[in-house]
Design a protein around this ligand. Structure first.
Ligand SMILES: Cc1cc2nc3c(=O)[nH]c(=O)nc-3n(C[C@H](O)[C@H](O)[C@H](O)COP(=O)(O)OP(=O)(O)OC[C@H]3O[C@@H](n4cnc5c(N)ncnc54)[C@H](O)[C@@H]3O)c2cc1C
Length: 395
């Protein structure tokens, strides 16, 4: 959607195809990072955007074996917004879509599921989509595959995927919030286990890390055993854990970390989770996907306005974005070695890393930068073809 917005803004004819009838998906990431807010500011959309309901997280604080530890402090970031905005992904996408519709060259088709790529002379020339009116072909100078981690575009293009392996899965569920709940903003870490509690106003979106493929075993042990596992880490949840009275209220996220060896072939460019599925560790998947979109428009916007782009042009996008992806994925692999859903110790000793954050507060700037901005943050450089239709840019 963001690539569609930016390319339409640059005067390129864009059609965005979305297979669902809306963007309403529960238990998706809903973190809008300072870097994305900066992009909004550069596009003149920030004031309007911040009118949408959201919560602002200025510091990340975890509880390690019972000890509260501030981990990341966004207050020193060189950005307009020194916070992560928590906003449901559907609100964010609806906002970007509504802004993009102001550009005459933008079209969004919902309930259009891409089922195949179209080829001509070994070049991708378009896509075939299943629509409520039957199958329809869309031809274009470039197909941008932004269809997420189970992308049909990279499969059909036979782009090779490199799996880095993730030893965890995550269970997602909701639990109500109460006024006297202990303050935290990330979750509870306990000897290799993690209970993430994301504040969604009147409830917590709860993530519970389990060993990969461990759901069947959990189900055999039964719901009361899962309740006990959760309450052991977050004892204050005892009074409401009964809200999880059915497995249908618990959703499984199969965690993947992978990336395409080549993000493109002639006529096709893959970005976002399609090119690199991220672990939820650090909550940076949306940020990286958006940064890919900005880089794509920066590098290709002006050229696409006049026609097709070459393989060399497409490879520039991968060249620009692969380093941040590799770095963050390498860090996520390290996080998984420590937090893997298996008990790896006892007692209430504070591990060394969080201890360092307590001893040297200056260190909190490092995760703030990695999470808030990401390596190699992108800025909007693509031209605006419709200054009158854009927001108050640069304000
Ligand atoms: C449970 C969960 C929690 C997460 N938490 C966080 C978090 O807190 N912070 C964070 O930054 N990241 C988080 N992530 C990761 C984040 O959601 C992704 O990294 C990010 O959404 C990637 O964006 P994307 O646009 O590349 O792909 P997606 O968001 O997956 O979007 C792909 C879109 O393409 C559509 N689509 C798919 N196939 C087709 C098709 N064939 N035809 C047409 N349309 C199609 C899909 O419906 C979808 O709308 C989480 C992910 C999950 C699953």
């Amino acid at each position: 959607m963001m690539a569609g917005y930016l390319l339409a803004r640059a005067g390129v004819g864009v059609v965005v195809l979305e297979k669902h009838s809306d963007f309403f998906r529960d238990f998706r990431g809903d973190t809008i990072h300072p870097s994305t807010l900066e992009v909004m500011s550069e596009l003149g959309l920030l004031d309007e955007f911040l009118k949408l309901p959201h919560q602002e997280l200025r510091e990340i604080r975890g509880i390690f074996n019972g000890h509260p530890v501030p981990m990341a402090d966004f207050s020193r970031l060189p950005t307009h917004c020194k916070f992560i905005a928590f906003m449901p992904q559907w609100d964010f996408l609806n906002f970007v879509a509504s802004q993009a519709k102001r550009f005459p060259t933008f079209a969004l088709h919902m309930q259009h599921e891409v089922v195949d790529l179209l080829f001509g002379n070994d070049r991708v020339t378009g896509v075939r989509a299943k629509t409520p009116e039957g199958e329809r072909d869309f031809l274009g100078d470039l197909v941008i595959g932004a269809d997420g981690r189970n992308a049909i575009t990279h499969t059909q293009a036979q782009l090779e995927l490199q799996e880095l392996g993730a030893p965890i899965d995550v269970l997602w569920m909701r639990l109500s919030k109460r006024p006297n709940d202990p303050p935290q903003s990330l979750g509870f870490f306990q000897h290799g286990k993690l209970l993430a509690l994301l504040d969604r106003g009147d409830y917590f979106q709860v993530g519970f890390v389990i060993p990969k493929g461990g759901l069947d075993e959990l189900k055999q042990r039964g719901l009361p055993a899962l309740h006990r596992d959760i309450v052991e880490i977050g004892p204050f949840l005892q009074d409401r854990i009964g809200e999880l009275d059915d497995w249908s209220k618990i959703r499984l996220l199969t965690v993947q970390i992978n990336r395409l060896k080549k993000w493109c072939r002639d006529g096709l460019l893959c970005i976002g989770d399609n090119a690199h599925a991220m672990s939820p560790a650090g909550g940076v998947g949306i940020n990286l996907a958006l940064q890919d979109a900005v880089a794509t428009a920066n590098l290709l916007g002006a050229k696409l306005k006049t026609g097709p782009v070459s393989m060399t042009d497409l490879e520039l996008v991968q060249k620009r974005r692969e380093f941040p992806v590799r770095l963050i994925q390498a860090l996520q692999v390290q996080v998984h070695k420590r937090i893997n859903g298996r008990t790896s110790g006892t007692g209430d000793r504070l591990p060394l890393l969080p201890r360092l954050f307590l001893w040297f507060p200056v260190l909190r700037a490092i995760p703030a930068r990695l999470i808030g901005l990401g390596p190699r943050p992108e800025h909007v450089r693509s031209p605006s073809n419709w200054p009158e239709a854009s927001g108050r840019e640069g304000k």
